[in-house]
Design a protein around this ligand. Structure first.
Ligand SMILES: [Zn+2]
Length: 67
């Protein structure tokens, strides 16, 4: 049995259906892009930072109808 890699206890609402951004390491820079359309959401030097920045962003392409 394996333990969960991360626990989301109280950090995020369970109803969030947004997919996690796709992370790529390009030339030493992490790039987070929309998993659906590939739009670049954020870049950062570290994976963690990139993930966090991207998590706060909403893809303007997939959400152009507004909410
Ligand atoms: Zn998108």
């Amino acid at each position: 049995m394996r333990t969960q890699p991360y626990s989301t206890t109280g950090s995020q609402p369970a109803t969030t259906r947004r997919l996690a951004p796709a992370l790529h390491l390009l030339h030493g820079l992490w790039v987070a892009s929309c998993p659906s359309c590939g739009f670049q959401l954020a870049t950062a030097r570290t994976q963690q930072r990139c993930e966090r920045r991207a998590a706060r962003r909403v893809c303007p392409v997939c959400h152009q109808d507004g909410a």
